[in-house]
Ligand binder design. Structure first.
Ligand code: SF4
Length: 363
């Protein structure tokens, strides 16, 4: 029997791929540029990394160009009026980041003579620079052997080693693997190559494994299921509450409605009579809680997801000859339901009992 073994992944395989297939980006010193002796500008690397944290390469390009035109160096940015920086940032979102960007530029200008510190530790001491940005700038701008891990890198590394621990718990192991794979020679290109591979080949859906430089060493590919990685922690299920709701309709086509109390969930809105919504398994979900005696027939269950719980309402319908005198509520023509302040859950409940009550209600 032949046992199929994988080759160990190597940085050199990835770097060879990067030399041929790297993306050309305005802030990047590509391998041909590096050969011509062009060095990465830490200001550009830092600026692009901060901008890229919230949006795509395509969206960042015009902002990056505009910033560089207005403020070609970190010292220029440090001197810029705060409002101008915020205005240039507008549209990128996360405005706290723009404020930190300005603070960081000021710190580099005033405390470091306009020159970025060249170590991860030194960079991390600056305002607004976290683990990721410090590692990325240290590797890309200063060729430090720093383990750089963004979402793209997480995907590649989790597939390469078939890391089954869900995110975020799996991160430390992923970072360890990235650190082991990051070479002393060309660590910045390695980091950028991992990002490019994740963005163009090892994509979330249908990765192009046949074109991947790691395809002889990838555990997830060997398992024939790259897409299952990275494993995400199952979302915590919301608690379930249950109740019953009652749709009473007269032969004239009137429906019994009432108003919810002002305070609390859906306060002041219109509803059909309903029980309390409780988390107990024995929550009132039967006709015992109906507003009056009638031949209540089940119309199924509707569910609705609120922010903090999922509601499952058992719906009962009664067709009655005439209006019943009720202290708490009123009778409304079904044809007039659209004009009522009925929340979605109530529309769903009514639609379960009277399918054509709302053209737009979803079950
Ligand atoms: S072989 Fe496929 S799954 Fe594995 S790293 Fe390459 S693209 Fe991703």
């Amino acid at each position: 029997m032949t046992i199929h073994t994988l080759d160990a992944p190597t940085a050199s395989a990835l770097l060879e791929w990067y030399d041929r297939h790297h993306r050309d980006l305005p802030w990047r010193v590509s391998p041909p540029m590096a050969k011509r002796g062009i060095k990465a500008d830490p200001y550009r690397v830092w600026l692009s990394e901060v901008m890229l944290q919230q949006t795509t390469v395509q969206a960042v390009k015009p902002y990056f160009a505009n910033f560089l035109m207005k403020w070609p160096t970190v010292t220029d940015l440090a001197k810029a009026p705060g409002e101008e920086v915020m205005a240039a940032w507008a549209g990128l979102g996360y405005y706290a980041r723009a404020r930190n960007l300005k603070k960081c530029a000021e710190a580099v200008a005033s405390q470091h003579g306009g020159i970025f510190p060249d170590t991860e530790e030194g960079l991390k001491a600056l305002p607004g620079i976290g683990d990721y940005t410090a590692a990325a700038v240290a590797a890309i701008a200063f060729n430090r052997q720093a383990a750089v891990m963004d979402g793209n890198v997480e995907r590649v590394i989790s597939r390469l080693y078939a890391i089954a621990t869900p995110l975020p718990a799996g991160k430390p192991l992923m970072r360890q693997k990235v650190a082991l794979l990051t070479p002393a020679d060309r660590p910045g290109d390695f980091a950028q190559a991992m990002m490019d591979l994740g963005a163009t080949i090892c994509t979330p859906k249908r990765p192009a494994c046949s074109l991947c430089p790691f395809n002889g060493s990838c555990e997830a590919l060997r398992l024939h299921d790259p897409e299952q990685f990275p494993v995400k922690a199952a979302k915590k299920e919301k608690p379930v509450r249950r109740g019953a709701a009652f749709v009473a309709v007269t032969s004239d086509g009137d429906i019994l409605l009432r108003r919810r109390i002002e305070s609390g969930l859906l306060g002041g809105m219109t509803e059909i009579p309903t029980t309390a919504w409780t988390a107990r398994q024995d929550g009132e979900t039967s006709t015992e809680a109906a507003p009056f005696n009638a031949d209540w027939q089940s119309s199924g269950t509707v569910t609705h997801v609120f922010t903090h719980f999922e509601l499952r309402l058992s719906i009962f319908r009664a067709a009655i000859a005439d209006r019943v005198q009720i202290n708490d509520g009123w009778w409304e023509p079904v044809t007039n339901l659209e004009a009522q302040a009925l929340p979605t859950i109530m529309k769903k409940a009514i639609a379960a009992a009277i399918p054509l009550a709302f053209k737009t209600a979803k079950g």
